[in-house]
Design a binder for this molecule. Structure first.
Ligand code: ADP
Length: 330
């Protein structure tokens, strides 16, 4: 998954590069900076001394020393001064400079802390939005796996209103699923026993055509259905897997293996990327052997976004994260 939001201590991340939210002196500080220097050992500070500091919005690279990461990219985010002092563009620039430096050093994976959101006082929800938007736009043109590491849960909020709406939606589904276990069965039986009306002869030709098509699609595999839906959507393959937050390697596996069985998160990610309405999303999932379950928070949250026609996978992932669920993608 090219962008993953995880909860972790960044000093333990096994990636090519971790990013440090440093200050302009690069001579160490508190917060994540202190933690990185402690974990990397004194040689990191020695190398930092040779760099001559770093301007806000820029980035410099050093080795990782005792860290599991090969490199540390030191960037300086802005101090929050109310929002009208160019903070946002400086924060965007801190992320972009770090991403570019990682790409220039052929990193395939990197991890960011939520820059400026600690001592520098950038409001956490806005800091998160800048991080997600900037990383995601960079990933449109680069193959890189980026982890956004959230340290404390308090740092992570989706809008209170959205959170409440989703919580209410989950509640409703749970209630439905738990209070009337026989209701859906009863409805299914009633529908099955309803008399079918015969089609008018004029409709018959087109009905047969549709039936033919439906039968043809009965044997379609997940991979075949996915490729067909991508064609029908007018998207290119790359546009689709990027939108699904799926990396290129996984996509080519799915494309080259007709019988590939994706994980549920991958299948759902494609349903979202293709902006399928709920019935078609169900169909795609079914091809991979899955269904939306009213007993799963994960499923209900994705369903919430689909029924609200919000197909932004990063927003969905933020919501999934807020409800302690695994995320969409490969
Ligand atoms: P800044 O000065 O840029 O605000 P801070 O280090 O004070 O930098 O905080 C940046 C973010 O890093 C905060 O959200 C903080 O919770 C988080 N953080 C602190 N320690 C760690 C760590 N070990 N791993 C990941 N994130 C951390």
């Amino acid at each position: 998954m090219p962008l993953q939001i995880v909860r972790n201590d960044i000093t333990t991340m096994k990636v090519d590069a971790i990013v440090n939210a440093a200050n302009e002196s690069l001579l160490g500080g508190g917060g994540v900076d202190g933690a990185i220097h402690r974990a990397a050992g004194p040689q990191l500070l020695e190398e930092c001394r040779t760099l001559g500091g770093c301007k806000t919005g820029q980035a410099k690279i050093t080795k990782g020393y005792r860290l599991p990461a090969r490199y540390v990219i030191h960037t300086v985010g802005p101090v929050w001064q109310g929002g009208s002092h160019g903070e946002k563009s400086l924060l965007v620039s801190a992320y972009r400079s770090s991403l570019e430096l990682a790409a220039a050093h052929h990193c395939e994976s990197m991890a960011f802390p939520l820059i400026s959101s600690g001592v520098y006082g950038y409001p956490k929800d806005q800091a998160l939005q800048v991080a997600v938007d900037t990383i995601r736009s960079f990933l449109q043109s680069h193959d890189l796996t980026v982890y956004l590491v959230i340290f404390d849960r308090a740092a992570y909020t989706i809008g209170g209103k959205l959170f409440q709406e989703i919580a209410a939606y989950i509640d409703d589904r749970y209630v439905e699923a738990h209070t009337s276990p026989y209701e859906s069965e009863r409805r299914r039986m009633a529908a099955a026993s309803a008399p079918m009306s015969a089609p008018a002869p004029a409709m018959f030709g087109s009905l047969l055509g549709e039936l033919d098509q439906a039968l043809g699609q009965l044997d379609e595999s997940f991979s075949q259905m996915l490729l067909r839906k991508i064609d029908e959507s007018g998207m290119t393959d790359a546009q689709c897997y990027k939108k699904a937050n799926i990396d290129r390697k996984l996509f080519s596996k799915i494309r080259s293996d007709v019988h590939y069985k994706p994980s549920k998160a991958t299948a759902m990610a494609f349903a979202v990327a293709l902006e399928l309405p709920l019935d078609q999303a169900r169909e795609l999932l079914k091809k991979a052997g899955y269904a939306f379950s009213p007993a799963s928070k994960f499923d209900i949250i994705v369903e919430y976004f689909i029924t609200h026609k919000n197909y932004d996978i990063f927003q969905i992932n933020q919501a999934l994260f807020a409800f302690d669920q695994s995320l969409l993608g490969g």
